[in-house]
Design a protein around this ligand. Structure first.
Ligand code: CP
Length: 305
């Protein structure tokens, strides 16, 4: 039995296969409409979500399966003090696979160690968000035709943004990927990622504060929101929240073939006017999230078409 805790749980070859399957699902959805007939996906969300929970559910429904679950800790027995370990042992009796989001780093790992069904980490605190990374990789690959040989700008809350942490881990495995890390001093990428991942693997990167300085050199700009829920005090959040606002004027500084990604939800960091720019790819990214999660569910359930 296999779980997904980190994007590194799949080899580069396995990721390629997953993306190939996702591409085939996009072109031939009918071929996959009943491959999970009779199977159940449980979504255990201890933190708010729109895309991750509903795209997992849409993915299972598109495959012919069914879904069950809860969308907040308050509506589950966690509110009565039940542990993650006990919850997942119970859910293992009800479902064939589950996706879990939890505010604590490592919660999905604890679940996987106590489960008798595959567990998908749908976000654990400020740590990892591997299925978002799968959607990001598929989006970049579809738009640019490659995952190596490119300069990726990661902008915003690089400290708490788990999507950024997972994406860096995944992209360093491709050749000649260069990062421009764009953040205020307080929200820099954690030092363990800089030293243990980027420095250790001799990955080229620079850290800048001004988005305008980075834009002309980028192939992909990955915007993120400031993660309000991870701040210890409101004052710091308010000071940081509008540090970056990508608008049409700034987009003029970017190459014509630079795409803008964002895991969403957006707050203020991308002005709505940018949505009409053909380089805005964040809603396409949300769509790709369904195809790749369909491919993931099939893979973890060992379903071949
Ligand atoms: N990208 C993402 O994780 O969005 P949700 O919080 O809406 O699931």
């Amino acid at each position: 039995m296999r779980h997904l805790m980190s994007p590194l749980d799949f080899s580069v070859e396995e990721l390629e296969k997953l993306m190939e399957t996702a591409g085939d699902i996009e072109s031939n959805p009918q071929k996959y409409a009943h491959v999970c007939d009779g199977k159940k996906l449980a979504t255990l969300f201890y933190e708010p979500s729109t895309r991750t929970r509903l795209s997992h559910e849409a993915a299972m429904l598109n495959l012919g399966g069914s879904v069950l679950g809860f969308s907040s800790a308050d509506s589950s027995s966690a509110a009565k003090g039940e542990s993650v370990a006990d919850t997942i042992r119970t859910i293992s009796c009800y479902a064939d696979i589950c996706a879990m989001r939890h505010p604590k780093e490592g919660a999905a790992l604890v679940a996987s160690q106590n489960a008798t069904i595959p567990v998908i980490n749908a976000g654990d605190g400020g740590h990892q968000h591997p299925t978002q990374t799968l959607a990001d990789l598929l989006t970049i690959h579809s738009l640019k035709g490659r995952l190596g040989n490119m300069t990726i700008g990661l902008c915003g809350d690089l400290k708490f943004g788990r999507t950024v942490h997972s994406l860096i881990h995944a992209l360093v495995r491709y050749p000649h990927v260069r990062f421009v890390l764009i953040s205020p001093e307080e929200l820099r990428v954690p030092s363990y990622i800089r030293t243990d991942v980027l420095d250790q693997q001799n990955i080229e990167y620079e850290e800048v504060v001004r988005l305008e300085d980075a834009l002309p050199s980028l192939d992909i700009l990955y915007m993120t929101r400031v993660q309000k829920e991870r701040f210890f005090n409101e004052e710091d959040y308010v000071r940081m929240k509008d540090f970056y606002i990508l608008d049409s004027k700034k987009m003029e500084l970017a190459p014509k073939d630079m795409y803008v990604l964002h895991p969403l939800p957006r707050v203020n960091e991308i002005a709505v006017e940018v949505d009409n720019d053909p380089r805005a790819a964040y809603f396409k990214q949300a769509q790709y999230g369904v195809y790749i999660r369909m491919a993931l569910i099939m893979t973890l359930l060992n379903i071949e078409v």
